[in-house]
Design a protein around this ligand. Structure first.
Ligand code: NAD
Length: 501
């Protein structure tokens, strides 16, 4: 961390057609625990520069498409090795730029490495295609890339998520533009450096930081773009989905959109739960990274028989958390990402005070964008704080009389991302497996920290469209399947080979 502190404040430029381009406009990325500390100055691309990047991607595509899948996979493995070598440095950048604890940042480097190695292997598997040949006829099923992919990533997993989406697009043979979230543009620049060092050809990968609301829609609507891989809020995701559906003048294809969006994730606790386990799991799921994970627990639904006991223990366990800057290794809860997020979360807390009881409100350190964890109890199921994604350290506890009611409430939002159950009753565990409507269900453990391949990640309903990241179907979204059927019942070939008439 001392090494990285000495590197703070440098300039990071977009990578267009293999060159780092000094742009006219820049913005500062700051340390959310100490906003006066500038982590980096980032070049912000203009519409003209976005157009240049698309033109470079278009020019690079025919060659990248023809590059053997094995070679593309090797490049991902080299990137993974470089990340492993730079593990400590990458984790420290996350501590400074987005306020992650070192432990969680380290886990995120592992996830980024896993994405590279997993998608490299997956592409080699898919590249085999398959044959269904008959006497006199061959049938070959294989995949080709779509073309130009635009990746739009969020700030909350500043390395793993942009890495996953970008390398999936690249290994499938697509030329890829990465538009990172503004508050995490320096870490995304580190990913760009790594891909360049791993040997990515000019134009195949381009790093295009800029204002999401300006350059984002331009890239999404561009007629030469074939697909958009987005992770972020429901509001922006739905907008991209709609914009990408409109056929633009000159566009000769329909766009594919992957949109991974938010959640309002619940953990159900029944009367047979081991409360030692349940309290620790809820605290970790709700407050690690200040609740700023799409998978974070923001509702706990507790059976009446143990409600009061659970809330009392939850409050004491939460009170024990250390809040502060994440450069301090003792910190368990760091800042939220920026002033806008802090103000929005505070508005939700004010609404919550009108809707429910405050079981705990922890003090908020100064300066920096901090919010002390808040626990609301006796929260009505239709309260705003029980329905909307808050994306901060705010937890709602709801009381129910029966297990059926608990499952109904858990399913009673527009989202279906993660969910959890603490129970030692086999029939409840079976019922949750069948009826709990979430993409990732966790039983008797915390609900965050999915691991590539072991727990492919992603939701449905308004939590997103597309197959799970880090899962077997993910790369298929970046590819077009083709079948070639050939009649080989011929009496030899006509002798015109090599004859140019
Ligand atoms: P966001 O939607 O504000 O921004 C995401 C990205 O979209 C950024 O790069 C931003 O610059 C860009 N953008 C903004 N406006 C745009 C527009 N009009 N057109 C195109 N791009 C635009 O989200 P965020 O605050 O960065 O991330 C937090 C959200 O992400 C939460 O809702 C969280 O649940 C969600 N998330 C979901 C997953 C998942 O896997 N389902 C994972 C992480 C985060």
């Amino acid at each position: 961390m001392q090494t990285i502190r000495q590197q703070l404040g440098k300039a990071y430029w977009p990578l267009i057609n293999g060159e780092w381009i000094a742009t006219a406009a820049t913005f500062a990325s700051v340390n959310p625990a100490n906003p006066e500390e500038i982590v980096g100055q980032v070049g912000s691309i203009s519409i003209e520069e976005a157009e240049q990047a698309i033109a470079a991607a278009k020019a690079a595509f025919p060659r990248w498409q023809r590059t053997p899948a094995q070679q593309r996979s090797k490049l991902l493995c080299r990137a993974a090795d470089l990340m492993a070598q730079r593990r400590a440095e990458l984790a420290a950048w996350m501590v400074f730029e987005v306020g992650k604890t070192l432990q969680e940042a380290d886990g995120e480097v592992s996830e980024a490495i896993d994405f590279c190695r997993y998608y490299a292997g997956e592409m080699e598997r898919l590249d085999q295609g398959y044959d269904r040949n008959l006497p006199g006829e061959t049938n070959r099923y294989h995949y080709q890339p779509r073309g130009i992919a635009v990746v739009i990533s969020p700030w909350n997993f500043p390395l793993a998520i942009p890495t996953g989406m970008t390398v999936a697009a690249l290994v499938s043979g697509n030329c890829t533009l990465l538009k990172p979230a503004e508050p995490s543009s320096v870490i995304a620049a580190k990913l760009a450096e790594i891909l360049v060092e791993a040997g990515i050809p000019p134009g195949v990968f381009q790093y295009v930081p800029g204002r999401g609301s300006v350059v984002g829609p331009y890239l999404v609507k561009h007629p030469d773009v074939h697909m958009i891989a987005f992770t972020g809020s429901q509001e922006v995701g739905c907008r991209i989905y709609a914009e990408a559906a409109v056929l633009q003048p000159g566009q000769k294809h329909l766009k594919q959109v992957i949109a991974e969006m938010g959640g309002k994730n619940a953990i159900v606790i029944d009367q047979s739960a081991d409360l030692d386990q349940a309290v620790a799991g809820v605290v970790q799921s709700a407050f690690s990274y200040s609740g700023q994970k799409c998978s974070a627990c923001s509702r706990v639904i507790v059976l009446n028989a143990i409600y009061d006991r659970f809330v009392a223990r939850l409050v004491e366990a939460t009170r024990s958390l250390n809040i502060g800057p994440t450069v301090d290794p003792a910190t368990q809860v760091g800042p939220v990402i920026n002033a806008q997020a802090r103000d929005r979360i505070q508005e939700y807390i004010a609404k919550g005070k009108a809707e429910a009881d405050v079981a705990l409100e922890m003090p908020t350190p100064e300066p920096g964008y901090f919010i002390g964890p808040v626990v609301f109890s006796e929260v009505p199921p239709d309260a705003v704080i029980a329905q909307e994604e808050i994306f901060g350290p705010v937890l709602s506890v709801l009381r129910v009389q029966t297990f059926d009611e608990a499952i109904n409430l858990a399913n009673g939002t527009h989202y279906a991302l993660t969910g959890g159950l603490y129970s030692r009753t086999p029939s409840h565990i079976e019922q949750a497996k069948a009826q709990f409507e979430v993409g990732n269900l966790y039983i008797n453990r915390g609900i965050t920290g999915a691991i590539v391949d072991r727990q492919p990640f992603g939701g449905f309903k308004l939590s997103g469209v597309g197959s799970k990241a880090g899962g077997r179907d993910y790369l298929l979204q970046f590819l077009e399947p083709r079948v070639v059927t050939e009649n080989i019942q011929r009496q030899g070939f006509a002798p015109i080979e090599g004859v140019d008439e």
